[in-house]
Structures are given as C-alpha cells and as structure tokens.
Design a protein around this ligand. Structure first.
Ligand SMILES: Cc1cc2nc3c(=O)[nH]c(=O)nc-3n(C[C@H](O)[C@H](O)[C@H](O)COP(=O)(O)OP(=O)(O)OC[C@H]3O[C@@H](n4cnc5c(N)ncnc54)[C@H](O)[C@@H]3O)c2cc1C
Length: 432
C-alpha cells in the first residue's frame, strides 16, 4: 500500500467499514482521515457535533504545539494543599469524589515525579502536537472555515522573572524538545498588550503556536466536512461491541447493532466503559474545566494569553472575550459549580482592568469535561480484546490541538499502514 504525502494511505480497503464513536474534535478529525484513507465510515454520535455538551466546544482554543509538559510536575504535591485552600485557586476537589479519584490522583502526581519522566512525556506529546497549527489550518481550509484557525503565536505572561524561573523546569523541557520562544520585557509586553495589567512584567511568546477562533464552530464544520466526504452519521449512543475470536463484528448502539469491521472509540471523557467493553479497563477520569465569555467586550489581549498567576487563558472568540481554565476533580455527573467560572471572570477583570464592570446578561458560563489520563498522555492504539477496536481518547488539556494528528495516526492504523511515529507511549496497554 502506498502512502500519500500527508501520511495516510489513499487506497484503504473501501469495503472495510469503520464506526467512529463520538464526533468531538478527535472523532471528527478521525472520520475525515479515515475517509481520506479510502475507508467506509459511519459516525455514531447522539448530540449535535460542536455543541456545548462536548469538551471540544468551549475550550480555550489553543493549538499549542509547545503544551508538552504534563500538569503535574516534580514537587506538585507540595503545591496541591495551597491550591485547594485558595478559594480563587486553579484547582478544586469535590471531596465526596475523593475516594474514587484517589488512585488516579496518585498516578497523576507520580507521573510527574521526576524531570526524566516529564521529559519522556514531553517527547511523546511533542510528536502529537508539533505541527498542530499547520494540520488544523489545513483541515479548516478543507472544511471551508479557514478563518477559524490562526497561526500568530501564543503568549505566557508572568509577574516577574522569579515567577518565570519558578516554571524553569517546564521551559527547560520544552527547549529540549525543540520549542523556541521570545522573551518580551515589560516595555515590549505592554507595547504589544496595552490592555494587560501592569503587574505583568515578562512575556514569553511562542511564535510557532496557533489558535482557533471558535472551537465549537470548527468541530461542527469538521463533522459537516466528514459527511460531505461520505461519512454516514447515525444519531445514537454506542454501548458496546460484538467481538468474536478477536475480530469485531458489530458496534452495539441504543438504536441497534451496526455491522462493521473496525471501530474507533473517540467518546472523550465518556470513553471508559466502551474501552472496558473492548477489554481495556483504562484509568480515564475527567478534569472538569470552565469558561466565561463576555459578549461584546472591547478590551482584551492582542495575542491569546495565559497568565501564570491565575493559570487561565484569555482569548478572543467569535462570540466575545473568553477566559478558560480551572481543574475540578469531581467526576462526570456532579452539577456545575459556577463559582469556578466566577473565579475566571474575576481573574479576567484583574488581567484587563479596563474591562467595564459587568452587565451580567453579557457573561456566558460553560462547564467542560476534559478526558484525562493520569500520565498526561492520551490512549491511541488497539484495545486488548481486538485489534479492530482502536482507542483514541484521553487528550486532557491538549485534545483540540492533538486531534488532527490523532486522526491521521488512527487512519493509518485502520488502513494497515505503519503510523509515521511510534505510538508506543500512547499504547492503551501501558496500564497493564
Ligand atoms: C476549560 C477547558 C479548556 C481547554 N483548553 C484547551 C485548549 O486551549 N487547547 C486544547 O487543545 N485543548 C483544550 N482543552 C481540552 C480539549 O477541549 C479536550 O481535550 C478535547 O475537546 C477532547 O476532544 P474529544 O473529541 O476527545 O472529546 P469531546 O469533545 O468531549 O467529544 C466526545 C464526543 O463523544 C460523544 N459521545 C460520548 N459518549 C458517546 C457514546 N457512548 N456513543 C457515541 N458518542 C458518544 C459526545 O457526545 C461527544 O460529542 C480544554 C478543555 C477545557 C475543559
């Protein structure tokens, strides 16, 4: 089988019928790439693609090729009590959920215990993300929404050099995997970001990175594009698999069975029971996050910016000025705690003090569920029960950015082509 320049076989077996479960960023990109590989594709998704139910709708829109450092770094355990005690802090825990979350949390801290472990994670994430801005620009153009992906760099703002040096390990690791950045001293930072509060005195600008101006609209466009390329859509929820002698025969859905030769589990934070049904009981949990959007705001960043003190991202979207962030450990089903979103709003106003005090009607809130593995790496690869069931979820904080490359890798697996990169770090079997 020949491999096209974009890395995906143009002539997959057109009789091979693949069911893609979930049409978030990962599922939609996968459906497009599987069609590009020549496979027959059915997408099973109960909701409207790109609508607020999915994590892909309301994220911060960063296509951050440099987001290769896992959230838990060496010594993170020392900071956790302080974060939890701070009512305006970036981390919250629903205490009732703690017994269920504890094994995941311990693994999460352990995976960032040493710099060597962080480095290994970073190398793997770099292979997933390095060309995310370019891949998304191409997908957006194909899907007819080129204006939604911009490649103008991303900014990190620090209050002092000492605060930046507190993150030295992360930037050292990024440098080792090939990330370059510019340092903007206070004067340059404020020349370029005139609305940013004066307490920020150092900018770290990453020119290679990109962003998406409206992730919900983008995912909706990708799903439409997959359909235009011939992917069939079934509005239903997948519930399991019929696997016989290690070969997949059908995907069970609430609307009946779909006979198929292969399936891809791209159900984001909801993938755990499906992975278990395919023999892979992986430790997927969710890091819940929030956003606020101020519609009609006129003050804000010139470049999408993450501030080190509040650990949130502020970014213009087509719907207004969005601040996204927060990690809340509380499971899939707990009701939203909109105070977490209010924290984002407070931080946003303190980042841009000229933002007028609010007309509450113009502020929109959203809760999203990041699909997160404890080691900071997604699961991408065949399940334990059948090589025909490919798992593709668990992208945590980088699922929008990582979706394009994931789609290509999965299409290569499905088409029987060796993926362009070793997928060993993402192997779902790594958890034993
Ligand atoms: C506050 C916040 C900020 C973020 N910022 C960024 C960022 O700047 N950059 C970045 O790259 N990432 C970011 N992320 C992470 C990113 O949003 C996620 O990693 C990504 O959206 C995951 O995509 P997905 O397709 O796996 O999941 P989802 O978008 O959640 O899609 C999963 C889909 O599966 C469907 N589904 C569920 N169960 C079933 C079933 N049984 N059968 C069929 N379908 C099913 C769902 O309806 C859904 O449509 C952020 C996340 C949050 C919460």
């Amino acid at each position: 089988m020949t491999v096209e320049a974009n890395g995906v076989a143009p002539q997959g077996d057109a009789r091979r019928h693949v069911v893609v479960i979930g049409a978030g960023a990962v599922g939609s990109a996968t459906a497009i790439e599987a069609r590009r590989a020549g496979l027959r594709v059915t997408v099973v998704e109960p909701e409207a693609p790109g609508s607020p139910h999915g994590a892909s709708y309301g994220n911060a829109g960063w296509l951050s090729s440099h987001s290769v450092v896992p959230p838990a770094l060496p010594g993170a355990w020392r900071k956790v009590p302080g974060w939890l005690a701070d009512p305006l802090g970036p981390l919250a825990l629903r205490w009732r959920y703690l017994p269920r979350a504890l094994p995941w949390l311990l693994r999460y801290l352990a995976s960032g215990w040493t710099e060597a472990r962080v480095q290994r994670t970073a190398e793997a994430l770099r292979s997933l993300l390095a060309d995310a801005p370019a891949l998304h620009a191409r997908l957006a153009a194909e899907a007819g929404v080129p204006q939604l992906v911009e490649q103008r760099g991303l900014l990190h703002a620090y209050r002092s050099r000492a605060e930046f040096e507190g993150d030295a390990l992360g930037w050292r690791v990024r440098a080792r995997v090939g990330v370059h950045w510019e340092e903007w001293p206070a004067e340059e930072l404020h020349r370029r970001e005139p609305d940013l509060d004066a307490r920020y005195t150092l900018g770290i600008f990453v020119p290679e990175a990109g962003h998406c101006r409206d992730p919900g609209a983008y995912v909706a466009a990708l799903a439409r594009h997959a359909a235009a390329q011939g992917a069939r859509r079934v509005v239903s929820r997948a519930t399991g698999f019929r696997i016989e002698g290690g070969r997949l025969r059908a995907v069970h859905t609430e609307g009946g069975d779909i006979a198929c030769d292969a399936a891809v589990v791209c159900a984001g934070a909801y993938s755990r029971p499906l992975a278990a049904a395919a023999g892979s009981p992986v430790p997927l949990d969710t890091e819940r996050g929030y956003h606020v959007v101020i519609e009609g705001a006129t003050v804000g960043p010139r470049t999408p910016v993450m501030v080190a003190d509040g650990k949130l991202i502020a970014h213009w979207m087509d719907g207004g000025l969005r601040a996204a962030g927060q990690v809340e450990i509380g499971g899939l089903d707990a009701a939203p705690n909109w105070r977490r979103a209010d924290i984002l709003l407070r931080h946003l106003r303190s980042m841009f003090p000229a933002l007028p005090e609010g007309d509450a009607a113009k502020v929109k809130h959203w809760l999203g569920r990041r699909p997160s593995m404890p080691d900071g790496l997604p699961c991408i690869g065949p399940s334990a029960a059948s090589q025909d069931v490919v798992l593709a979820f668990g992208h945590g904080h980088v699922g929008l950015g990582g979706s394009a490359r994931t789609g290509r890798w999965v299409a290569q697996l499905l088409a029987g082509v060796a993926p362009e990169t070793s997928l060993a770090p993402f192997d779902p079997k790594r958890f034993g």
